[in-house]
Write a protein that binds this ligand. Structure first.
Ligand code: NAD
Length: 501
């Protein structure tokens, strides 16, 4: 296995061209630099990675026009042909998986041990939706005595995809692959903190033979390029992953052009541990689901609800594990937690440490900055929090766990549901009836019983309450990117009312 120095040398090789040319936009198959630039810096040491072409409303307009022009031919292309192109994209992602992972680690601060698989998961997303492309237009036959009703599906048109910085490559493929499989064309606006791998994806798509204009890349700020995309009249729908607050802005921005929206937003997901659970497995899952991916994960279990009777022992074991987590350089194979993405995010997470202490929760582990270079923070654990504290209500989005205790099922459920969010929930109990009752009443789009988050692509992914609108995965993705049409064919036998006869 390659060590840190070897990985840094490989990374340098991949970054050279970004350093030379900058990270360019890609519109109608052409590189577009624009007149202004912004910078992307590494969270490891704040060094400049590259300058990035700043997309403006004009850039978005050009990209939307390219997507509109490319739409009729792409939508009309046989499903089998779309499938073949998407499969080639998956092949090329696999071939460049190492480059993608290295760039992602350096741009975001995510540890290699997780990112090395992220590119492969991106390829899997493309393969999954490629296989479904030929059947995307399929509908139903709903006959009556007088009419045959036949439904068909049609791609909605050019769509905008807006993605965040936490696991940018995987999330971009998760949104873009089904859009392309459905026959939509795309304008992608990636997060300004992590532009590198979106550029790699756009290049791969074109190398794989995706026609010009089918996928267009515009980098820029949310309030600039992002806003312009959500307001553009040629863009029929916006698939957005990011903060709940941003989702609500996008809904307003898209109102004049009646945008269809799909939102995957924030979470404050509970993991509930009852005293009858397999506590060793529960502990492993609790630690994994908040400290992997730097806790910068929408489905992280950021609230631990642990039953009174086992709380002391569980907390002691948990604190020990948290203190032993290996924080370090994201390209070091031993690293479990890397630096936070950016200074502003580091300040946000540190602010919650101060808040937790001021509100009277117990700081059982971590909370301090590590070193003076980059945005490393000690994995943090607060115990003995109460449900109304801000650290128990708000999404921190870092390696930061808030633990609360409960006495019985009713109290656990009331705490679990007592937040604005409802993305995921994790339940640990050996009592089957309780698992059924509890999961039925838990307000969340996705629930895992006696498990960490293990994703199965055909299942629906998404949240309730402030965590989102709509579902991804399986056929749910096509429902968003396509319009359903019903055509009624009369058998010529029914009576038609005769007016004015
Ligand atoms: P963010 O909302 O700040 O930004 C996300 C994207 O939206 C970026 O590309 C940004 O430039 C753009 N944007 C910002 N303002 C905009 C505007 N007015 N109009 C159009 N676009 C705009 O989110 P973030 O900080 O990048 O990401 C972290 C958030 O994402 C967390 O809340 C996390 O829970 C959420 N997230 C959710 C899921 C999910 O599946 N539910 C997955 C990953 C991340």
């Amino acid at each position: 296995m390659a060590g840190l120095q070897e990985r840094i040398a490989q990374l340098e090789g991949h970054l050279a061209r970004f350093r030379h040319d900058g990270v360019l936009n890609l519109i109608a198959g052409q590189n577009v630099s624009g007149s202004e630039w912004f910078e992307t810096r590494s969270p490891v040491d704040e060094s400049l990675i590259a300058r990035v072409a700043l997309g403006t409303a004009e850039t978005v307009d050009a990209a939307a026009k390219a997507a509109k022009a490319a739409f009729p031919a792409w939508a009309a292309l046989e499903g089998e042909k779309r499938k073949a192109i998407l499969q080639r994209i998956a092949d090329l992602i696999e071939a460049r998986a190492e480059e993608i992972a290295l760039c992602e680690c350096w741009d975001t601060g995510q540890a290699w041990r997780f990112m090395s698989k992220a590119a492969l998961r991106g390829a899997e997303n493309f393969r999954f939706f490629a296989d479904r492309a030929p059947a995307a237009r399929d509908g139903q036959s709903l006959p009556t005595a007088s009419h045959w009703n036949v439904t068909t599906r049609h791609p909605i048109g050019p769509v905008g995809v807006i993605t965040p910085w936490n696991t940018p490559f995987m999330l971009s493929t998760w949104k873009i692959a089904p859009a392309l499989a459905a026959g939509c064309t795309v304008v992608h606006k990636p997060a300004e903190f992590s532009p590198l791998t979106a550029r790699l994806l756009a290049e791969i798509c074109h190398e794989a033979g995706l026609p010009p204009g089918v996928l267009n890349l515009v980098n820029g700020m949310g309030e600039g390029a992002g806003k312009a995309l959500t307001e553009h009249p040629d863009i029929k729908a916006i698939a957005f992953v990011g903060e709940s607050r941003t989702g609500s802005m996008i809904m307003k921005q898209g109102a004049d052009t009646l945008k269809r929206v799909h939102f995957e937003l924030g979470g404050k997901n509970p993991v509930i541990v009852f005293d009858d659970a397999d506590l060793d497995r529960a502990l492993d899952a609790v630690v994994f689901m908040i400290y992997s991916l730097n806790g910068e994960r929408c489905t992280s279990s950021s609230r631990l609800l642990v039953q009174d009777s086992i709380a002391e022992e569980f907390h002691a074991k948990l604190a020990q594990r948290v203190k032993r987590l290996k924080v370090g350089h994201p390209l070091d194979p031993a690293t479990e937690v890397g630096p936070l993405i950016h200074r502003t995010h580091f300040d946000k997470v540190s602010g919650y440490v101060e808040m937790g202490c001021a509100d009277g929760a117990t700081l059982a582990a971590g909370g301090k900055r590590i070193g003076t270079e980059g945005w490393f923070i000690e994995p943090t654990l607060f115990t003995r929090a109460t449900p109304q504290m801000r650290i128990a209500q708000e999404e921190v989005f870092g390696p930061f766990l808030t633990s609360l205790t409960f006495k019985d099922e009713a109290e656990a459920l009331s705490i679990a549901n007592g937040v604005a969010y409802g993305l995921a929930g994790y339940l640990w109990t050996d009592d089957l009836s309780r698992a059924l009752r509890f999961s039925d009443a838990l307000e969340a789009g996705m629930i895992w019983v006696n498990s960490e988050n293990v994703r199965h692509l055909p299942t629906p992914f998404g949240g309730v309450k402030a965590s989102g609108i709509g579902r991804d995965g399986g056929d749910w993705s096509f429902d968003f990117y396509m319009e359903t049409k019903n055509t009624a064919f009369a058998l010529g036998t029914h009576k038609i009312q005769r007016l004015g006869a």
